[in-house]
Ligand binder design. Structure first.
Ligand SMILES: *Cc1c(COP(=O)(O)O)cnc(C)c1O
Length: 401
């Protein structure tokens, strides 16, 4: 390691709170699928900011939109009307089953907004004692307290008790468990249509439809957390489109700004009406700069269908490559899962050594849930990039066997 890079890392340890297990790489520059370290080492980025950099790094349309907006107006209060915010809301409504949008700055905040809207709506329309939200074990909904409580993984909650009252968890893909968990206090079901952080867990055939039916029977709201699955990640704009199910509330963040921090909570008119002036707010929510980036991202993503089509084709291509590896290394690879460019390869052993060896060889891959290699590359990834990844993985798997 070069001296300057070591200095960065030492300073990072000195000045930053120790909340992340970081690879010892300082990233300085990115273009498309590639990022470069401060030492000038080049990497192919199959992490993509964890589903954030959907158009690749520094996409020219996003960069230009940011430059133009930064020269015109960076921030004004939501006490005034904001042009890019209105345009972005219209785009999201036109491409979703929702009617209205609330903007915030992250996935956790989007889920907090969804939880608050759900509670308020439930009290007004379902019953004063309706507040309980059922979510799934293995889910991930963010790190703020209510989102953390909704998250169905104790490892993230440990040490932060007491958690927020009014949440319950059931096993994902278990319809009977869901039915049994409904009480007189239940008002909503909150699910990731595909669980991301817990290792790319797909919904069972028909599961989400049955959940929708149960919600309708019991008068419960259905909230989909599409923070990771949304904005084209699965080959459709929203993941729910794959399953023939429309939620009442959708939360978004990660890919929405093409790299810029922005979150959104979408709902139908009837439900959205429970938010009135003073109900909820976010100072930076829907600021001109973030909205300009998100507009450029969505317009580029949907322009001629090319990128979504590429996501579907490259998703299949990558899956085939991974399936072939699974055949050759059947003792190490348990399962290949996912859809579009949200793919996971479950290993028998922890994947940290593989992540490190891939980085040495110039490929960034993510490990989630300890033993699942997760691939969330920019949706502009090419066959050549994937060929390179598979070659490196093959070599690396051969070395750790
Ligand atoms: C990443 C993620 C979140 C949290 O988003 P932040 O922007 O980190 O708050 C919430 N839900 C899902 C499904 C996610 O993948």
């Amino acid at each position: 390691m070069e001296k300057t890079e070591k200095k960065f890392i030492d300073d990072s340890k000195k000045y930053l709170m120790n909340t992340y297990n970081r690879c010892p790489i300082v990233l300085r520059k990115g273009r498309g699928m590639k990022v470069w370290s401060s030492e000038g080492k080049e990497y192919l980025d199959f992490v993509g900011g964890i589903a954030v950099n959907c158009l690749g790094h520094c996409h020219p349309k996003v960069v230009i939109a940011l430059q133009k907006q930064a020269q015109r107006l960076i921030h004004v209060s939501n006490l005034y009307y904001i042009e890019p915010q209105i345009k972005l809301a219209k785009l999201l409504v036109e491409h979703s089953c929702a009617d209205k949008v609330f903007f915030c700055n992250s996935g956790a905040e989007a889920n907090e907004a969804a939880i608050k809207l759900t509670r308020k709506y439930a009290k007004e329309h379902i019953g004063v004692d309706k507040y309980e939200i059922i979510s799934a074990l293995g889910s991930f909904h963010g790190r703020t307290l209510a989102a953390l409580t909704a998250t169905g993984q104790e490892k993230f909650q440990k040490g932060f008790e007491p958690l927020v009252p009014g949440f319950k968890h059931v096993p994902f893909n278990d319809i009977n468990a869901l039915k049994k968990a409904i009480t007189n206090h239940t008002c909503a079901v909150l699910l990731e249509p595909i669980q991301g952080e817990s290792g790319i867990k797909m919904p069972a055939e028909g599961y989400l439809k049955e959940v929708r039916n149960i919600c309708d029977e019991h008068g419960l709201l259905l909230i989909f957390d599409e923070v990771q699955t949304g904005i084209g990640r699965t080959g459709k704009f929203f993941a729910y489109e794959h399953f023939g199910v429309e939620p009442d509330i959708i939360t978004l963040a990660k890919g929405l700004g093409g790299g810029v921090a922005i979150g959104a909570m979408l709902a139908t008119d009837h439900i959205a009406a429970s938010f009135q002036p003073g109900s909820h707010a976010a100072t930076f929510g829907g600021n001109p700069l973030a909205c300009a980036a998100a507009i450029a991202t969505i317009e580029t993503l949907l322009e001629d269908g090319f990128i979504l089509d590429n996501c579907r084709r490259m998703g299949e291509y990558l899956r085939k490559g991974l399936e072939k590896l699974k055949k050759d290394y059947s003792s190490m690879i348990v399962d290949i899962r996912g859809i579009g460019l949200m793919l996971g390869m479950e290993l028998t052993n922890p994947c940290a050594p593989i992540v490190n060896l891939c980085a040495e060889r110039g490929i960034l891959v993510n490990c989630t849930a300890g033993n699942v290699l997760r691939f969330l590359p920019p949706l502009i990834v090419t066959e050549k990039d994937i060929d390179h990844l598979i070659d490196v993985l093959e070599d690396v798997l051969g070395r750790v066997i």
